[in-house]
Every structure is written in structure tokens, then in C-alpha cells.
Design a protein around this ligand. Structure first.
Ligand SMILES: [Zn+2]
Length: 107
């Protein structure tokens, strides 16, 4: 799969990387859209101490579920999921199409 990989300030390369697999409590999404936020811009420009290169930094995405790890509830195959970085656990929330965060079934 292709990914934008951060190697250091002002050094991001689009590369082919291994496709991950879902471990326990994890879901693999096919990314449909990814935002570039102020945090991403700051990392690109200056780096960030908790982002150790090489790193894939996109964290505000929408995608469809491709693989579900053991112990995951509420994420069915082909569901469209909004990932929001704010919850401390990094989990997603169920919502509806009007929500700015959460997940919804594909129409
Ligand atoms: Zn962000």
C-alpha cells in the first residue's frame, strides 16, 4: 500500500509500505480521505518529539473497514468509519452522517 512517510522536517516521501494486519482490539481501514491539520503541518515543518521517523502521521481519516481484530465490537465489514484523535484511547465513536466525528453505515 502507499503511504506518506515522515522522515524529518520537510522530508515526507510517498512510499510503498507493508499492509498492516489487525491485531486484537484493532481495525484496518481502507482510507478514503485524510485531513491535513495544524498538528500535521507543525510536524512537517518542525518535527515533534513523540513522532519518531520514519512515521506515518495522518490521524484524521475516513475509511471503510477491511479487517477486524478479535474483541472489536461495533465495527462491521465495509462500515464507513470516522477516526478522531481526541479520545484518550484513540477509539472511534458511533454517530450519524451529520456528526463531525463517529462512524456510520455506508448508505
Ligand atoms: Zn489533527
Amino acid at each position: 500500500m502507499k503511504a506518506a512517510v515522515f522522515y524529518g522536517p520537510r522530508d515526507v516521501r510517498v512510499e510503498t509500505v507493508p499492509r498492516p494486519s489487525a491485531g486484537p482490539g484493532e481495525v484496518i481501514l481502507r482510507v478514503l480521505r485524510c485531513a491535513v491539520c495544524g498538528t500535521d503541518k507543525r510536524i512537517f515543518t518542525h518535527g515533534q518529539k513523540n513522532v519518531v521517523p520514519p512515521a506515518i502521521t495522518g490521524h484524521e481519516i475516513v475509511g471503510t473497514v477491511e479487517e477486524i481484530g478479535g474483541g472489536v465490537d461495533g465495527a462491521g465489514a465495509s462500515n464507513t468509519i470516522f477516526v478522531i484523535p481526541s479520545p484518550p484511547s484513540g477509539t472511534t465513536m458511533r454517530g450519524d452522517s451529520r456528526s463531525t466525528s463517529g462512524s456510520r453505515r455506508r448508505p
